[in-house]
Design a protein around this ligand. Structure first.
Ligand SMILES: NC(=O)c1ccc[n+]([C@@H]2O[C@H](COP(=O)([O-])OP(=O)(O)OC[C@H]3O[C@@H](n4cnc5c(N)ncnc54)[C@H](O)[C@@H]3O)[C@@H](O)[C@H]2O)c1
Length: 370
């Protein structure tokens, strides 16, 4: 199969959908890999690294004109719509439900579009979303520690403390992928860490994982109000799949936090779980409410595109290989997780949620890939 990787052109996006290691794996399996020149530059990956593993460096026109399978990071944006060819398979983050214009463009182009974010294992886990939550969780503490610096607007404390001076206090709301990864980094820095969740199984897992180094608390507004009074760094990490994040920290609670404390609400991409958070960008990540520094960056992995690119390719490569080796129909038939990723099949909406959001009945996937 001919597999193509264009450079990402969405403003600010520095990731690329395939590392040279991924290109090597596809080439070893007998596929032809076309990489747009400069596609890896934002992630520090040079053209010659791709060429060395047998990939061909081409123009953007050639990628789209020749590739049967196109690997991307972000959804296509209008300048890319006209490049999509009928019959092509597109594998990327799509977030189609709130994007009717993009959905219509995909329908018109008669493409098959598989969304990373809806690839779902039978246990409900989302293997192609997880790596970005791992990045964001770890980064939340790193960024929070930075903004706790006095010159950066914070309280002027070192999270680890030093002998004779207590460690900083980190409160994490939500013990899922973001929360546990934040806890790992905070514990690694030597902070005093508490984590709250409504799912006792998640709290049991945290208790086992950290062997008592992290305080676990059932998430109620009473408990949240209590722990926030001590918090130097608060991390929002809740998710109710598909829904707006519940607002768990009220304006009054923020008002009672310490002067110079920092809030990093990772859940801001789902509306945020802190009443006073609003989305910010990497160019202007923070603002203050009262004395509290607020960090609301909705695309945190973009700060570390190199790490994020490797993390993403590690997760997507097995699926990309299946698609290339077996072809769409067999790959989807044999792998139910991948089948759940198919949003649009040959121009028809097949994912129930996407179809519903667009006011249509979903076409059966089986009929489309038969
Ligand atoms: N800002 C970014 O750049 C960025 C990057 C990656 C992920 N995210 C977002 O981070 C959020 C968390 O993602 P995740 O992968 O960790 O999700 P996850 O499903 O793994 O974990 C969410 C956790 O929240 C818990 N929760 C639900 N209601 C709660 C409540 N009332 N109190 C406490 N905990 C509660 C759940 O039980 C679950 O353990 C999502 O909104 C995700 O989109 C943002």
């Amino acid at each position: 199969m001919i597999v193509g990787v264009p450079r990402e052109i969405k403003p600010g996006e520095q990731r690329v959908a395939l590392t040279p290691g991924g290109a090597a794996a596809l080439a070893e399996a007998g596929h032809r890999v076309l990489i747009e020149r400069g596609a890896g530059a934002g992630s520090g990956l040079r053209d010659d690294e791709y060429a060395a593993v047998g990939a061909t460096l081409v123009t953007v026109q050639e990628v789209w004109a020749r590739a049967e399978l196109v690997l991307k990071v972000k959804e296509p944006i209008p300048p890319e719509y006209e490049r999509i060819r009928p019959g092509q398979v597109l594998f990327t983050y799509l977030h189609l439900a709130p994007a009717p214009e993009l959905a219509e463009a995909l329908r018109r182009s008669n493409v098959t579009a598989i969304a990373y974010e809806t690839v779902e294992r039978p246990d409900g886990s989302l293997p192609l979303l997880t790596p970005m939550s791992e990045v964001a969780g770890r980064l939340a503490v790193q960024e929070g520690a930075f903004y706790l610096g006095k010159a950066h607007g914070g309280r002027g404390i070192l999270l680890s403390g030093v002998p004779g001076v207590p460690r900083g206090n980190v409160v994490i709301i939500g013990a899922g992928t973001v929360g546990v990864n934040a806890a790992k980094t905070a514990v690694g820095l030597g902070a005093d860490v508490s984590i709250l969740d409504v799912n006792l199984d998640r709290l049991r897992a945290v208790d086992d994982l950290f062997a008592g180094q992290v305080v676990t608390l059932f998430s109620t507004s009473y408990n949240i109000a209590q722990v926030l009074q001590r918090a130097d760094l608060l991390i929002g990490a809740v998710l109710i799949a598909g829904a707006r994040a519940p607002v768990l920290v009220t304006e009054a609670m923020v008002g009672r936090m310490k002067e110079g404390a920092v809030i990093v609400d990772v859940a801001v991409d789902q509306g945020g779980c802190i009443a006073t958070i609003r989305p910010t960008t990497l160019l202007e990540p923070v603002y203050r409410v009262g004395g509290v520094v607020h960090y609301g960056v909705a695309n945190m992995p973009a700060l570390v595109p190199r790490t994020s690119t490797f993390a993403l390719t590690n997760a997507t490569l097995p699926y990309a290989l299946q698609l290339a080796n077996k072809g769409l129909a067999t790959a989807v038939r044999e792998n139910p997780a991948l089948a759940k990723g198919v949003n649009v099949c040959r121009g028809k909406f097949v994912h129930p949620v996407v179809a519903e959001a667009l006011g249509e009945a979903a076409a059966p996937l089986a009929a489309c890939v038969a």
